[in-house]
Design a protein. Sequence first.
Length: 301
Amino acid sequence: MSLYEILGTLETGFVFGLVALGAYLTFRILDFPDLTVEGSFPLGAAVCAALIVTLGWNPWLATAAGGVAGFAAGWATAYLNVRFRILHILAGILLAISLYSINLRIMSGPNKPLLGVETVFDAFGGFGVPTYIVSPIFLGAVTLVVLALVNLFLHTGWGMAMRAAGANPAMAEANGINVGRMKLYGVGLANAMTALAGALFAQIFGAADAYMGIGVIIVGLASVIVGTSLLSSRTILQATLACIVGAVLYRFAVALALNADFLGLRASDVQLVTAVLVALALIAQYSGSGFKRFFKGADKK
């Protein structure tokens, strides 16, 4: 891989690190399987692109607006589950399907080019450093800031209540915690991070597309699984940091697989590579836990 490819892969890895943090919050903290991200990722991109191109908004405000739109999408999913008792997976699917049509309306078509307009990355153009070097540094900084904010939040009273609601809803209710409210804000926050990632992703590649959310949930889960399998995740900080590391390693694994000439893979095979990598990560995780149980049983004997 060339330096340009390495920096590009690192850049994409940091973006999907935000998706991984959202997946960690819903799947691990709240125990809420959320499929809304398939729609909230392109939603953030669509809102950001439409505000910049059509309305001439400042790109920083447009990016923030994309995150707010993602929060609304996640909140709606949790509301369907909490208020109307719709199964969480089904609620996420319903929102993801509806967001596809909403994104088409927002962009007035299947995509919205961002060529020739100012983006958040143009703010660093005056330093004389090439964009392909500045972008991964900037995205790494954004990801670390979000990581710090998530960790601070999860150690506040609200964050502890959210963790309790996911770990043991019955006990949390008995202690006066509104579990439904925790789901509303937790799923909303997770999708806000995913939509923020979508807004940044669109500005990196110069366009927002209604189909760019396909497979995002798998990428997020793969990042969480890979990261927490390779690194210690005993504390919240370790677990969230592992998610980001997992996202970067996952993107490098995909890039290396696609660049391995002896495999004969093409760029169109990225979804196949994703599925295989996730399957291997799950098999390795299961095998590791199986070996641990085996050796524990041997020690007892």
